[in-house]
Design a protein around this ligand. Structure first.
Ligand code: SF4
Length: 378
C-alpha cells in the first residue's frame, strides 16, 4: 500500500497580514459554505483510489482554518477518514491563529481526532505583531497554548519570523526563549522575505521599509539556532526545530520527496509521478467543482531525472540528509557510484559529511543548501 500525506487548504483569513503572499483571502465569508461543498466533492473524487493508499498524516492549513467552527473542522477530518485509509496513529495537524479559537473549540478539535496544533505567533513583541498586520498579541498566544494543553494537545508547534524590520537580537532571543518556555514541542523559524503583491513590498518600493542586511539576518539565524539547541530544540531542517521525537511527520514527507495529495484551492499534489496544483481563485475552484470541471490549474509529469534532483534538493534541507540504501532502493543506483566525484568535492569543501548510512549536510552545508543542489545538477 502506498503511503501518502494529505493536505487540505482552507483559504480564509480575517485580514491579510502585511507580509503574506500565501493563497488566502480576507472578507470572503460568503464563500465559506460553497467552498466546503466543493472541497467535499473534491475529496469524494478520490474514492476510487482508496484501496491502494494509506494516509500517514493529515494537515489542515490555510489561511486560518480555525475561522470555521470546531464541529465543521472535525467533519472535514471525518470526511478524510471516510474517503482514505487513514493510519490509526496518523499525525493530524490543524493550523490556527491566536484570537480565532478558544478552550471550548480546542476541546472539540482534540476530541474530534486532531492531535497536533500549529499556531502562528511570528513574534513575541506586540509592536512587531502590529507592524506585521497580525490581529493578536503575545498574551493571546500564551492563552492558546494553555487552552490547547488543557484540551489534551501534547504536540504543539509555533511559527515565528526573524529578520523583521528593526528587529534586534534581544527581541529575537526573547521570542525564542518565551515561546519555548510555553511548553511547545516544535518551532518553525522563517526568515522574512518581502514578496511582490504584499503591503510590505509596497512599503519597500515607497522607501518606507528596508529589508534587514543579510549579515545581520544570518547572525540572527545562527545565534537563534544555537539558542534553540540550548533550549532543547534540535534543528532537523533548515527552518524547523523540535524536541526529540516531535518532528513534523507531515513536512518530513515533503522533504523526503514522498507522495502527497492536496485538496482545496491552490493545493498542490505529488502523486503517481505527477506534480499538480489546483486553481487558486476560490470562486473559480467552487464554480469548476460545481459544474464537474477539473480544478487542476497546472500539472507536469516528473521524470526520473527530475525526481532524483528533487529528492537531493529537498533531502539536503534535512539534518538526516539522504539515506543511501533508501535512495538506491528508490532509484536503482547508488549515490556514490553516480555522484562519487561531486560528493568528495562537497565533503572537501565542508558542506557534506558521510557515514555508512547517509549523506548529510554539515551546519555550513545547511546554510549553502542551494550550492549543494547545484553541484549535483552540474
Ligand atoms: S493569517 Fe496567515 S495565511 Fe492569513 S494572511 Fe496572515 S499570514 Fe497569511
Amino acid at each position: 500500500m502506498k503511503q501518502i500525506g494529505l493536505y487540505i487548504h482552507l483559504p480564509f483569513c480575517i485580514q491579510k497580514c502585511r507580509y503574506c503572499d500565501f493563497p488566502s483571502w480576507a472578507g470572503r465569508e460568503d464563500l465559506r459554505t460553497p467552498y466546503l461543498n466543493a472541497l467535499f466533492s473534491e475529496l469524494d473524487s478520490y474514492r476510487t483510489e482508496q484501496d491502494n493508499l494509506q494516509v500517514n498524516t493529515i494537515f489542515l492549513g490555510g489561511g486560518t482554518p480555525t475561522l470555521f467552527d470546531g464541529e465543521i473542522l472535525v467533519q472535514i477530518l471525518e470526511k478524510c477518514k471516510e474517503i482514505f485509509h487513514v493510519k490509526e496513529e496518523a499525525e493530524t495537524t490543524i493550523e490556527c491563529n491566536p484570537g480565532t479559537t478558544d478552550r471550548g473549540e480546542l476541546e472539540i478539535l482534540a476530541r474530534g481526532g486532531f492531535n497536533r496544533l500549529s499556531i502562528g505567533l511570528q513574534a513575541w513583541q506586540d509592536h512587531h505583531l502590529k507592524n506585521l498586520g497580525r490581529l493578536h498579541n503575545c498574551r493571546q498566544f500564551q492563552e492558546t497554548v494553555d487552552w490547547a494543553k488543557q484540551a489534551g494537545f501534547l504536540n504543539i508547534s509555533a511559527d515565528v519570523i526573524f529578520g523583521l524590520p528593526g528587529q534586534t537580537w534581544k527581541e529575537w532571543r526573547e521570542t525564542l526563549e518565551k515561546t519555548a518556555a510555553t511548553g511547545i514541542t516544535h518551532l518553525s523559524a522563517y526568515s522574512l522575505k518581502i514578496e511582490e503583491g504584499t503591503v510590505f513590498h509596497q512599503w519597500q518600493q515607497q522607501g518606507k521599509l528596508q529589508e534587514m542586511e543579510e549579515e545581520q539576518e544570518r547572525s540572527l539565524y545562527h545565534r537563534g539556532t544555537a539558542l534553540l539547541r540550548e533550549l532543547g530544540f534540535y534543528q532537523y531542517e533548515i527552518s524547523n526545530f523540535a524536541r526529540p521525537g516531535w518532528e513534523s511527520r507531515h513536512n518530513l514527507n515533503y522533504w523526503r520527496n514522498g507522495e502527497y495529495i492536496g485538496c482545496g484551492s491552490s493545493a498542490h499534489s505529488f502523486f503517481k509521478s505527477i506534480r499538480r496544483g489546483n486553481v487558486s481563485d476560490i470562486e473559480q475552484y467552487i464554480q469548476r467543482m460545481k459544474s464537474g470541471q477539473s480544478v487542476i490549474d497546472f500539472w507536469e509529469e516528473i521524470d526520473t531525472h527530475t525526481e532524483v534532483f528533487e529528492t537531493l534538493m529537498l533531502g539536503f534541507r534535512l539534518n538526516e540528509g539522504i539515506d543511501k540504501k533508501a535512495f538506491q532502493y528508490r532509484f536503482g543506483f547508488s549515490l556514490n557510484e553516480r555522484y562519487g566525484e561531486t560528493i568528495e568535492k562537497l565533503k572537501s569543501q565542508g558542506l557534506l559529511m558521510e557515514d555508512a548510512q547517509a549523506l548529510r549536510p554539515t551546519s555550513l552545508g545547511l546554510d549553502f543548501q542551494n550550492r549543494i543542489a547545484m553541484a549535483f545538477i552540474n
